[in-house]
Design a protein around this ligand. Sequence first.
Ligand code: KIV
Length: 287
Amino acid sequence: MSNDGNVKKLLVSDLWAMKREGKKISMITAYSYPQGLVVDEAGIDIILVGDSLGMVELGYKDTVPVTMEEMLMHIKPVVRAVKRAHIVGDLPFMSYNISVEQAVTNAGILYKDGGCDSVKLEGGSDMADVVRAIVKAGIPVFGHIGLTPQTAAMLGGFKVQGKSIDDAKKVVEDAMALEEAGAFALILEAIPQQLAEVITQKVKIPTVGIGGGPGCDGQVLVFHDLLGLFKRFTPKFVKVYADMYDAQVNSVKEFIKDVQEKNFPAEEHSFNMKNELVEELKKELGL
Ligand code: KIV
């Protein structure tokens, strides 16, 4: 995507350089124009318009029902807001699982119509052909392995992955297969920190952890989790930096009280017209 003014857009090559230079990569989700403005102004490196929007913005019980249309509706305003951060658009469940052709078509829609800088999809070596084809079409792909929420039912639920030696080897194999297929970075979700560290040493592309421990090249959190906006549940790997849910409830409560007690609007929130015009109007209306 193009540069805007003096702000330089972060490219895949910049993210690779960060790994080489040992600079940690910060990543967060965002789903709207105001959220895009906030996280870009804060200086985040990567924004993921994740299918987690299904839960935190649309009220679904998980990410499975999210559609391509919903993803596009949330990617576009973030793209309009952001000048610097690299924006990843998440491919929703069943938008890339049927065939390589379907995956390339839908990756193209998020990239071309949505305007994001890359796409993300979940899955390991099984998805290598899909990743290879999307990359061949010219679209950068972010991999996502370990706990993959879209197919959590196949993994025995929302559980830490890669705990036995065989499972750990499978996650390493997934990481290597995706790197070989051309993925430019990897999300490592809910795996033991030692395993994430080994993968981070083994692959040349950046790893970004969510429940992957401090050894990853970067860290990602969901916007609503970090800001305390989503109270339904908080996974162990989340650090909550604010209580914005309660802050919002309390602000709205104050507004309700102000209205009920006639403290709002005050003089400074109101407009005036000349007294003689008021009198004329009242006279005409018989008031
Ligand atoms: O959709 C999402 O927000 C994600 C993150 C949890 C990595 O995939």
